[in-house]
Design a protein around this ligand. Structure first.
Ligand code: SF4
Length: 456
């Protein structure tokens, strides 16, 4: 049975005398969901009196939220832990997230790691650190590399928090039941589960009360929402759309087979759901999709993209592609390249395939060399750059609404339009941060990574 796990007042009363006045640093790798969960852990520690340490001071507590999507991610996590241990001598170093969940022995053995926090225990972070500090006090020595039980991942730990930017990230779902052959996420995060619509609407209201204007819905497979509450993703969207004060929602990433006609139709008429979709394709070859155990073929995917474009012609569509998976021969990659190039999408997110222990993909005989993966990635990145530039340029001269996200000391602000075009805005006004502004898109900025927006 899935539980909503929240920190209660009693926990705060217990932990504040131990943690109050201490400082912490946070380091996150990986997906938006991880960032949302780190922000929620920071909020929980802040409620127990822990302040964020500045970059230049050593912290008392370091929290590392890890990712294990590739071998490179594992190695980045190890580097981050080593660096934090070196720069914050004597700190309590807590490691959580997918890498800690999948390889607890390996992570616990890293010098300086105090303990691992299982996916289910993220809501109890303050209590767990307080218990650890008390234990160390009792034994008068730091208990380095203590291996803690990394529990199963089956509870729903709610997270709705402002990242370092203006937007809030609301976790609506966790885990996945799909078991694509290359993916370890169902092992690291457990089966699909979700918060209730009522609790998520309440979290959105709380975000609005804190001044939030934009919420990004996050999860592992968010279109699969409802498995544990018997509710539907469409009903969640309808309920969130009614929350006063929230002007924008973005659906971070949704499987093509779960982006249903009803969900798309709703987005065309909704008050606050933005014309912005992130849809994982993973491969543009039917044979590779079959080897991956994906639940659609290229014809279905093309129809889906065409449907989005016909209902919401201005929509930004980002598409994930994994390159060099086992079984992707030169011929199948050429098919994939041609398919992706022909799609009317705005950007590709290109990932080189990384072998993960325990996955079914390892049984596929054909493998691709690292050099060839690199070459294939570069070909797709070039296509992505052209598509993104063409998408941006097609809106030059138009008016769009921008949520201004970054205040700046030299009068340069940044933000995103409704359809996810990054803009640069020059103004001497001090009050633009977190404001929605109607802007005219005037052309590229000097670094060609945003369009210049002029306030109307
Ligand atoms: S849908 Fe597939 S790739 Fe995505 S998390 Fe689930 S198993 Fe992994």
């Amino acid at each position: 049975m899935t539980q909503d796990t929240t920190q209660n007042a009693a926990d705060t009363t217990e932990t504040e005398p131990i943690l109050g006045g201490r400082s912490a640093k946070y380091f996150t790798l990986g997906c938006k969901l991880n960032f949302a969960e780190t922000a929620a852990m920071e909020q929980r520690l802040a409620s127990a009196g822990v302040r964020r340490a500045s970059n230049t001071e050593p912290a008392d507590i370091c929290v590392v939220n890890t990712c294990s999507v590739t071998e490179v991610a594992d190695s980045k996590c190890r580097q981050a832990i080593h660096k934090l241990v070196r720069q914050n001598p004597g700190a309590v170093v807590v490691v959580t997230g997918c890498y800690a969940q999948l390889k607890p022995k390996e992570v616990a053995a890293i010098d300086g790691v105090s303990f691992l926090l299982g996916q289910n225990d993220k809501a109890d972070i303050a209590k767990r650190i307080a218990i650890y500090i008390n234990k160390v006090k009792e034994s008068s020595e730091k208990n380095d590399s203590q291996e803690s039980p990394t529990t199963s991942a089956d509870s729903f730990v709610p997270s709705c928090a402002r990242g370092e930017r203006t937007r809030f990230f609301l976790k609506v779902q966790d885990g996945c039941n799909y078991f694509c052959t290359y993916c370890t996420i169902p092992f690291a995060r457990g089966r699909s589960r979700n918060g209730s619509i009522e609790s998520l609407v309440q979290q959105a209201r709380d975000a609005a009360a804190q001044g939030g204007r934009e919420i990004v819905l996050t999860g592992v497979n968010i279109g699969d929402f409802g498995r544990t509450t018997g509710e539907s993703f469409l009903d969640l969207l309808k309920a969130l759309d009614k929350v006063e004060g929230i002007s924008r929602y973005r659906i971070s990433s949704i499987e093509p087979n779960l982006l249903t006609d009803e969900v798309l139709q709703f987005c065309t008429s909704s008050r606050a759901f933005m014309p912005h979709f992130h849809i994982p394709l993973q491969a543009g070859s039917d044979e590779v999709l079959r080897l991956m155990h994906r639940r659609y073929d290229t014809a279905f995917f093309r129809d889906k993209i065409n449907q989005v474009k016909s209902l919401l012609p201005d929509a930004f569509i980002g598409v994930d592609v994994i390159v060099g998976t086992r079984g992707e021969t030169a011929e199948l990659f050429s098919q994939s390249l041609a398919f992706v190039e022909s799609l009317p999408v705005s950007q590709l997110h290109v990932f080189p395939y990384s072998e993960r222990p325990g996955t079914a993909a390892l049984r596929i005989a054909h493998s691709v060399s690292p050099q060839e993966k690199h070459r294939r990635c570069n070909l797709l990145i070039d296509i992505s750059n052209s598509k993104l530039a063409a998408f941006y340029e097609s809106f030059i001269g138009q008016e769009r609404t921008v949520l201004v996200e970054h205040s700046s000391t030299n009068g340069v602000y940044h933000g995103f339009t409704d359809n996810y075009i990054r803009v640069e805005l020059r103004s001497t006004r001090p009050d633009l941060d977190n404001q929605l502004q109607n802007c005219r898109l005037a052309g590229w900025n000097d670094s060609r990574n945003a369009l210049i927006a002029e306030i109307k």
